[in-house]
Design a binder for this molecule. Structure first.
Ligand code: ZN
Length: 312
């Protein structure tokens, strides 16, 4: 059964396309009502975003989460379950954590999300607002929608699925907590879902793999290998399911990028990757990212990649 969530509502009139450097420069000069929005703009994309993002527009307005996917119908008698484990429920007994990047309410909690947390290799902001399309569809709304679709697909495969948040908290979680949630769940795989905020003309998806770090609380050495296998599997299936190409601006056409600066990866003790599903600031990519039908394909690709990784 496929999850069918709401389509993106037609955007409200767009704001002037302030870009982040200009926002930062102007923020100190403009008091009053605009200050909150400008502060919001200034915090986006500088932390554990994974991407090259600019901040979201304040009128993203998509703070409400999509409804949960439908319950998975069970068929057959209980005695069938074991026999079906290798067929209709290949992920039975497997735990998968989905980490929807950012939180739709982060922009109302700038002091909280700017608080630095220890990522082993250094200190980094708790969380960021994420980016948005030029028409104001926020990355945080996008990541939650894909997460819901992905959860439904994985549960159909028999997996136990946990989300790091479901827009059910005022901000965050912080990036260190996002990692700890996957660790505490002893997840077989964790996927952090994002969309990038790069320049127009930069297109395509990329999967971010943890680099080898061993400092403080960070020790990725045991998970670098399996995370790479997970990421390669997701990249291949994401390309096939969505029909989109790997990034034309990072990763040299492979759709794979290795980073050592993301707390959500550095602190993970289980296989984990990020995926930047596309570039929200490119009009052609944005047309895909705002399509419910395309997001379903994206979720299918990520799900297929996880299944392929876990089934070896
Ligand atoms: Zn992000």
């Amino acid at each position: 059964m496929s999850y069918t969530g709401p389509e993106f509502d037609p955007p409200r009139p767009r704001r002037s396309p302030l870009r982040r450097p200009a926002v930062v420069a102007v923020a100190a000069l403009v008091p009053g009502a605009l200050a909150g929005w400008l502060a919001y703009g200034a915090v986006g994309g500088s932390g554990d975003d994974g991407g090259t993002g600019r901040a979201a527009a304040a009128d993203g307005g998509s703070a409400s989460a999509a409804p949960s996917g439908p319950a998975t119908p069970r068929t057959g008698t209980p005695e069938d379950d074991d026999a079906k484990a290798g067929t209709s429920a290949p992920l039975k007994g497997r735990v998968i954590v989905i980490d929807p990047g950012h939180n739709p309410a982060n922009f109302r909690h700038t002091a909280d999300i700017n608080r630095k947390v220890d990522i082993g290799t250094g200190w980094k902001e708790c969380d960021t607002t994420g980016t948005s399309t030029n028409d104001g569809y926020t990355e945080a709304a996008f990541t939650l929608d894909v997460a819901h679709r992905l959860r439904a697909l994985l549960e159909e495969q028999g997996a136990t699925v946990k989300l790091t948040h479901d827009a059910d908290r005022s901000y965050g979680p912080c990036i260190d907590e996002r990692a700890r949630i996957g660790n505490a769940a002893h997840a077989d795989a964790v996927v952090s879902v994002h969309a990038d905020g790069s320049g127009a003309g930069n297109r395509g998806f990329h999967v971010i793999l943890p680099g080898t770090v061993h400092k403080g609380a960070a020790d990725t050495r045991p998970v670098v290998g399996p995370s790479k296998a997970l990421g390669e599997s997701i990249a291949a299936d994401f390309a096939r399911a969505t029909g989109t190409s790997p990034s034309n601006y990072v990763g040299d056409g492979t759709g794979l990028v290795t980073r050592e600066d993301l707390g959500g990866l550095n602190l993970s003790t289980v296989p984990k990757v990020f995926i930047e599903c596309g570039n929200m600031r490119d009009a052609k990519d944005a047309a895909l990212l705002t399509s419910g039908a395309w997001r379903q394909k994206a979720a299918q690709g990520i799900s297929d990649g996880i299944v392929g990784f876990l089934r070896g």
